[in-house]
Design a protein around this ligand. Structure first.
Ligand SMILES: Nc1ncnc2c1ncn2[C@@H]1O[C@H](COP(=O)(O)OP(=O)(O)OP(=O)(O)O)[C@@H](O)[C@H]1O
Length: 594
């Protein structure tokens, strides 16, 4: 219960933080709207009685009441609609930013290996609008309670038995929410085929899949499958809709009987002289109002419960992120420079949920200032080793030491600020070119000299020089005036980003040049090595992962991984002089180029 309450308060606070006055006004206008129906019914009753009694003053007051309520209805509707959208839009933006901060702030990548975590995150991302809709759902419920209470009080004032109409409203509420549950269940049951239907539509209509679609003539097959899966989805939903409609029909009959009973009662009271003609008119108006209140409260209570479900999921993420962000027991800052280097001592690693040992007792010294190449066949464990060094995952056994200090003692953001690198699965940052590079060190985002230096080191000067506005060109064809880049050009900019930081302790380049030709890669790696040797005083360890042996040979140290273990290591000359896997693969590649 405490969690539910906390989840509610946390998400409703989004609305009040994002658009405080709009949220207050939204609730006030909802209450005003809820009062107008009963007020009009009450005034109409008074008007009839005043006319019957020829009481002009009372008739005019009642007429004024109707006019005022109608005016209030129009004004409140207008402002309410404005507030609803303002709160929704601003809250959505705020909750999106909060989610970005929470998800991006989790230092480790390990949670991404857990299907349960991924499911929760996927649902949070898909349904994140619900976080923003809490204010709307709450305001709707408040208005339903006010409308229901006022209507019930006025009915009870005519005759206590009329309160049974309010009880009928609860039955109606239950039946309608059952009918809605049927629809929601059908939606959940058809979640997977619905995703498939959307996926088929997406690949059938987007440019990315266009080439293969045409070469393999897939359109016919995609359309057939879309048809099949649509039938599955729509049949299930249709059946639920019919059953829902049947339930609602029962509800309609119960309600009609209830309304008839209420009207018959008040007419009988009038005939008996215990109620006025105005009471009859008012009760008719209030029964209609009660039906409207029930209909809206069913919708709002469904929305509210749904929002609450998302809110609990959000709370879970908030706690998860807080736990993940805990400081090490005895934190120390990373050293300003490396003197000894980085050591892996008996490091063993298995991915969460997997039995397979990906790194098996790896012990390795990466000397300060050295250029180290990691090679090995696909799946040997090279990228995993890189990820452990970046502290994306922690070893299951063994330790990593930086100048003799256990990596776990560095607060994660401090260690990350002393890393740099580029990866095969780089990000295409669709921003102005200067920002796409400068995000690696935002203090120098406007420093053209620094940005051009990084571009030069990455061999990417020609990419930017070829852009219409140089560094200020917007990248991405989806923007007005934006320019699209080729795969290799995007990769070169990612490299420039990785080469902007000037004081890293560890620079990792995990196949960052896979989209480039071998000559360009070779020239680039030579430049990295030269830069690394120039900056030797800082002791930066430069770690390269590549499958191209012509590139790898210039490294100071080559480490050959095989099945998660170190098979051999040494300089190119050493490894060639003691032939094993490296010499075999090297000869294989060089003979292919001859
Ligand atoms: N996220 C993951 N979850 C589970 N297993 C993984 C994950 N990533 C990699 N593996 C497994 O770990 C092993 C080592 O993968 P890794 O990516 O480190 O190899 P690699 O040497 O970099 O390969 P490649 O040259 O193909 O990039 C592989 O068998 C792979 O299937």
């Amino acid at each position: 219960m405490r969690d539910t309450w906390k989840a509610f308060l946390t998400t409703i606070s989004f609305g009040f933080r994002a658009a405080r006055w709009h949220a207050v006004f939204q609730i006030l206008t909802e209450i005003a709207l809820a009062l107008t129906g009963p007020l009009i019914a009450y005034s109409a009753g008074n008007l009839v009685d005043a006319a019957a009694d020829s009481d002009l003053e009372r008739a005019l007051t009642a007429g004024f009441g109707i006019a005022a309520a109608t005016g209030l209805l129009i004004v409140a509707q207008y402002y309410n609609a404005h507030c609803v959208f303002a709160v929704l839009e601003r809250t959505q933006a705020l909750s999106d930013r909060t989610l970005m901060r929470l998800l991006g702030g989790i230092g480790s990548l390990a949670p991404h290996e857990h299907p349960k975590y991924l499911d929760q995150i996927q649902l949070l991302r898909e349904e994140r609008e619900s976080l923003a809709e809490m204010t709307n759902a709450t305001a709707g419920l408040v208005s339903a309670v006010v409308g229901f209470g006022t209507t019930a009080l006025l009915l009870a004032d005519v005759h206590p038995a009329l309160i049974s109409l309010a009880l009928l409203a609860f039955i109606s509420l239950w039946i309608t929410s059952r009918a809605n549950d049927l629809a929601v269940d059908a939606q959940e049951d058809t979640g997977e085929p619905e995703r498939l239907r959307r996926h088929l539509f997406d690949i059938g209509t987007t440019a990315g899949a266009g080439k293969e679609l045409r070469i393999f003539g897939l359109t016919r097959e995609l359309v057939r499958r879309h048809h099949q899966v649509s039938d599955e989805v729509l049949d299930t939903r249709n059946r639920a809709a019919w059953r829902g409609a049947a339930l609602k029909s029962v509800d309609a009959v119960i309600n009609a009987a209830g309304f008839f009973g209420a009207i018959a009662l008040v007419v009988w009271l009038a005939v008996e002289g215990r109620a006025t003609p105005g009471d009859v008119v008012m009760v008719v108006g209030l029964t209609i109002e009660m039906a409207a209140v029930v209909a809206t409260s069913v919708g709002y209570s469904g929305d509210f419960l749904w929002c609450l479900k998302q809110a609990k999921r959000y709370l879970w993420l908030e706690r998860f992120a807080a736990e993940a962000a805990q400081e090490p027991d005895e934190p120390v800052a990373p050293p300003a420079t490396l003197t000894h280097g980085i050591d892996l001592v008996d490091v063993t690693y298995r991915y969460p949920g997997s039995e397979r040992t990906v790194l098996d007792g790896v012990s390795l010294h990466l000397p300060a200032g050295a250029v180290v190449a990691l090679v090995g066949e696909n799946g040997a464990g090279k990228s995993t080793l890189v990820k452990l060094l970046c502290d994306f995952y922690e070893p299951d056994d063994g330790r990593i030491q930086v100048d003799g200090v256990d990596l776990r003692r560095f607060p994660v953001p401090d260690w990350r600020s002393r890393l740099t690198g580029a990866f095969q699965d780089f990000v295409e940052l669709r921003l102005p070119a200067r920002e796409a590079i400068g995000v690696a060190d935002t203090s120098r985002i406007d420093d053209d000299v620094a940005l051009r230096g990084a571009l030069r080191r990455a061999g990417a000067v020609s990419v930017v020089d070829g852009l219409p506005h140089g560094l200020d060109t917007r990248l991405g064809r989806e923007w007005d005036g934006g320019v699209e880049l080729s795969g290799g050009q995007w990769q070169k900019l990612a490299l420039a980003r990785g080469l902007l930081r000037t004081d890293p302790l560890l620079a990792v380049f995990d196949e960052p040049t896979a989209a480039l030709d071998p000559q360009t890669e070779h020239a680039l790696f030579e430049r990295f090595a030269a830069a690394a040797r120039e900056g030797k005083s800082r002791g930066t360890v430069t770690l390269l992962v590549s499958h191209r042996f012509s590139t790898v040979r210039m490294a100071d140290l080559i480490v050959v991984l095989d099945g998660g273990r170190i098979r051999e290591m040494g300089s190119h000359e050493h490894l060639m002089a003691h032939p094993d896997l490296y010499a075999e693969l090297y000869d294989l590649q060089s003979s292919a180029y001859r």
